[in-house]
Design a protein around this ligand. Structure first.
Ligand SMILES: *Cc1c(COP(=O)(O)O)cnc(C)c1O
Length: 405
């Protein structure tokens, strides 16, 4: 008789016992939304130089609260993190032909944002255990045309800010920090997202906290904050009256967040610490119980940093486990049919049609994608101890009976 569900055995958790869904939205958000609906002003922006150029009371309050929470001078809310990333590239003055170094192992917007200003993405490789840009690879990618680096705090863990900021300073490069997956994370006591010139957070439905769609860009630099605000809201119609002299990239967009979303965001922000603490607690619980399987182990946390686990990464060694990762993941999903467990994350971005489809450019990213990384999200707040125990048991069961695969 086979034990594994993939071979017809009894699953750890059948379709009759689904996991609860992740839902951080509650009565607080409902009340906030009603406040805005009752006001009748669902967005208060005007795309000319006017007191409402900066949006309405909810947007302004949200930005103030976000800046305080993240210990940063300016927060500029927008309708997505993608918009924030594009605005950040524009604000830094990237021009056609400028090179911007970026990770290929990320959500595509970290890279595509460079293209909107005619910049050229130059891919550097990532670290094998932390999955963020590898400082050595970044340094090797620098040319006289390099202007900036887009770093990504992948899966909720900080990038190597000390090393990469040192390189940036030496070569006079700007840093955009894509912290979409890492709100609340920290590095040496400093909030992730504030470890570069401009940081970006996402508030899309899949992130730790959300407003449906939304994003926030942060910076300590007054001039960059102004340029972000201009690009967010029709810069070309505003610069003259506002007396803005540097017109580089001052063609604006409509990247405005609505009052409804901002009101939701204010409530979500209050919940961030508790949601992150629960994720960390759940991941520690799972990690402590999954260290006894040679070839499969939770990835380490960068020293002196606090991870916020957008996902929990595991490192997988096919030679030691003896089973292809894809097969192992398939077997896990048979044990936990509605679980979010996957292998590889994303295909390195340079292999997409738009980016030239150059296989093998970044060997570490290729290996992680091909065989070495296993991800799961079965540690989100709302799961109970039994849920976590089932996740742990599925890992052990598949590992124990991997000879069947
Ligand atoms: C989610 C995400 C984005 C994009 O966020 P949106 O708000 O959906 O535009 C960008 N970068 C990374 C790393 C992400 O995970």
């Amino acid at each position: 008789m086979s034990e594994l569900a993939i071979n017809g055995g009894k699953p750890v958790r059948g379709r009759d016992r689904l996991f609860p869904v992740y839902n951080p939205i509650g009565v607080e958000e409902k009340t906030a939304v009603m406040r805005v609906l009752d006001s009748g002003v669902l967005s208060q922006y005007i795309g000319v130089w006017h007191p409402d150029f900066y949006g309405g009371p909810e947007v302004k309050a949200f930005e103030k609260e976000w800046a305080e929470k993240f210990c940063v001078k300016h927060a500029v809310a927008m309708n997505s993190a993608t918009s924030c990333l594009i605005a950040a590239v524009g604000a830094l003055g990237i021009r056609p032909g400028d090179e911007v170094i970026v990770s290929p192992y990320t959500m595509v917007a970290s890279v595509s944002c460079i293209l909107w200003y005619g910049g050229v993405p130059v891919f550097a490789d990532v670290e094998p255990e932390y999955f963020c840009l590898d400082p050595k690879s970044v340094e090797a990618a620098i040319t006289p045309r390099t202007k900036a680096i887009v770093v990504v705090d992948l899966f909720g863990g900080a990038y190597d800010a000390d090393a990469i900021c040192t390189i940036a300073k030496k070569h006079n490069l700007k840093i955009i920090e894509d912290a979409a997956q890492a709100p609340g994370a920290s590095y040496k006591g400093k909030k992730v997202g504030t470890l570069g010139d401009i940081g970006v957070y996402s508030l899309n439905f899949h992130k730790h906290i959300h407003t449906g769609e939304g994003g926030v860009a942060v910076t300590d630099d007054d001039a960059l904050a102004e340029r972000l605000q201009l690009i967010r809201n029709h810069a070309e119609a505003v610069v003259e009256a506002k007396g803005v002299k540097d017109l580089t990239n001052m063609v604006g967009q409509n990247y405005r967040l609505t009052e409804i979303q901002a009101a939701i965001g204010r409530e979500q922000l209050k919940k961030l610490d508790a949601l992150v603490a629960k994720r960390r607690e759940n991941c520690a619980y799972i990690a402590a119980r999954t260290r006894d399987m040679p070839g499969l182990a939770p990835a380490p946390e960068r020293p002196q940093s606090e991870h916020v686990f957008y996902m929990q990464p595991f490192l997988y060694d096919e030679k030691v486990v003896g089973i292809p990762r894809a097969r192992f993941v398939e077997a896990l999903l048979a044990e936990l049919p509605d679980a979010s467990i996957s292998g590889g994350y994303v295909k390195p971005i340079y292999r997409m049609p738009l980016f030239g489809q150059v296989p093998g450019l970044c060997p570490t990213a290729e290996r992680l994608y091909g065989s070495e990384l296993l991800l799961h999200e079965m540690m989100y707040p709302g799961l109970n101890k039994k849920d976590l125990d089932d996740v742990v048991e599925a890992f052990h069961k598949v590992y124990r009976h991997r000879g069947e695969l």
